[in-house]
Ligand binder design. Structure first.
Ligand code: NAD
Ligand code: TYD
Length: 342
């Protein structure tokens, strides 16, 4: 079996590479990644030592490069993680989100049509459903919840998600789609809530909480996401959408306080800042379908996962400190320098 993993130098994609190398000792994996600011070859150091793993630098929207790669490798399965993934960046500059997330997906699927494929899997997101109200804890996203997006990021992911369904219906492409809740764990780029707060706390810098910190996310340890995708590409039904989430809903302020507690740092570091534009209130997944149809359940609950994650950041300081020393400083100043303290 030969699998193309796009975006494998990013957070979830790299975790998936390691998960698959371990789980399937007879599979060959090829990673296609453009190495944007979010891609990091250091993350793949160990994988690169494995002869079953190949890395190719390239853009999923580069038709010539993608078609050449498909012609050469004759993939059995494609798992598309490659994307621009940060909501705040999409608010500043939507264009690249449309190019990578929509046109990149189209390019990959066109190559699948031309060269043949057993399965194309699209890594979508629960953000395609928009948000749920904070005062209705009884409501959850099911696969039937209407698509209703809020940010340029989620709109681009929803467009791709719909395009994947269209390629199935129109061209008979054998696809599956997963819509997962927020992930956390090793190799998470420090622009996102959990790694950003860990890094700032360790550097005794203010922790910028948007608004009142009452927005809710449904956190899933990244390895559980990888396990779900592995199950879907092998046993999932062609044409189907699967929600992935483990009922670990937490407010942002709970998470920030938990990180400070684990690191033994003062809550005085918490700084409430201007809210994100269009900020989604609550995400919450109903995972009944993937549980009933494929037997998937998460192995790691939040209280254990957050300890593992904090420890990983403590033990791998070089990985994230290198990022913090680079272009990230300009990003941080641009994003947070102008945010008022409230
Ligand atoms: P990430 O930003 O950490 O990594 C994205 C990777 O894609 C990087 O390695 C980057 O270099 C690569 N990439 C970007 N543009 C590319 C292009 N044009 N061609 C080739 N490679 C390109 O993202 P992540 O958090 O690992 O998310 C991976 C996927 O999972 C995304 O599709 C995202 O929408 C989805 N997802 C993420 C979460 C989450 O909580 N992080 C939750 C649900 C779904
Ligand atoms: P994020 O990690 O960007 O994921 P997403 O927006 O895709 O859910 O943000 C998670 C939550 O944390 C979200 O409600 C926004 C909030 N947040 C902050 O309060 N401060 C921050 O500096 C960041 C990056 C996020």
């Amino acid at each position: 079996m030969k699998i193309l993993i796009t975006g494998g130098a990013g957070f979830i994609g790299s975790n998936f590479v390691y998960y698959m190398l371990k789980k399937h000792p007879d599979y060959d994996l090829v990673c296609l990644d453009a190495l944007t600011y979010a891609g990091n070859l250091k993350t793949l150091d160990e994988a690169l030592k494995n002869e079953r793993f190949t890395f190719v630098k390239g853009d999923i929207a580069d038709r010539e490069l993608v078609f050449e790669l498909f012609a050469k490798e004759q993939f059995d399965i494609v798992v598309n993680f490659a994307a621009e993934s940060h909501v705040d960046r999409s608010i500043e500059d939507p264009g690249i989100f449309l190019k990578t997330n929509i046109l990149g997906t189209q390019t990959l699927m066109d190559a699948c049509r031309k060269y043949g494929i057993k399965r194309y899997h699209q890594v979508s997101t629960d953000e395609v459903y928009g948000d749920l109200p904070l005062d209705r804890p009884d409501l959850f996203f099911t696969e039937e919840t209407p698509i209703h997006t809020s940010s340029p990021y989620s709109a681009s992911k929803a467009s791709a998600d719909l395009l994947v369904q269209a390629y199935h219906r129109t061209f008979g492409l054998p696809i599956t789609i997963s819509r997962c809740s927020n992930n956390y764990g090793p190799y998470h780029f420090p622009e996102k809530l959990i790694p950003l707060m860990i890094a700032n706390a360790l550097n005794d810098k203010p922790l910028p909480v948007y608004g009142e910190g009452l927005n809710v996310r449904d956190w899933l340890y990244v390895e559980d996401h990888c396990k779900a995708i592995d199950m879907i590409i092998h046993d999932g039904k062609v044409g189907e959408v699967y929600n992935i989430g483990g009922h670990n809903e937490k407010t942002n302020i709970y998470i920030v306080k938990k990180i400070l507690e684990l690191l033994g740092k003062s809550e005085d570091l918490i700084t409430f800042v201007t809210d994100r534009k269009g900020h989604d209130l609550r995400y919450a997944i109903d995972p009944t379908k993937i549980k009933n149809d494929l037997g998937w359940e998460p192995d790691t609950m939040f209280d254990d996962g957050i300890v593992k994650t904090v420890n990983w950041y403590l033990e791998n300081r070089e990985w994230w400190e290198t990022i913090l020393r680079g272009e990230y400083q300009n990003y941080y100043e641009k994003m947070y320098g102008k945010r008022d303290i409230i």
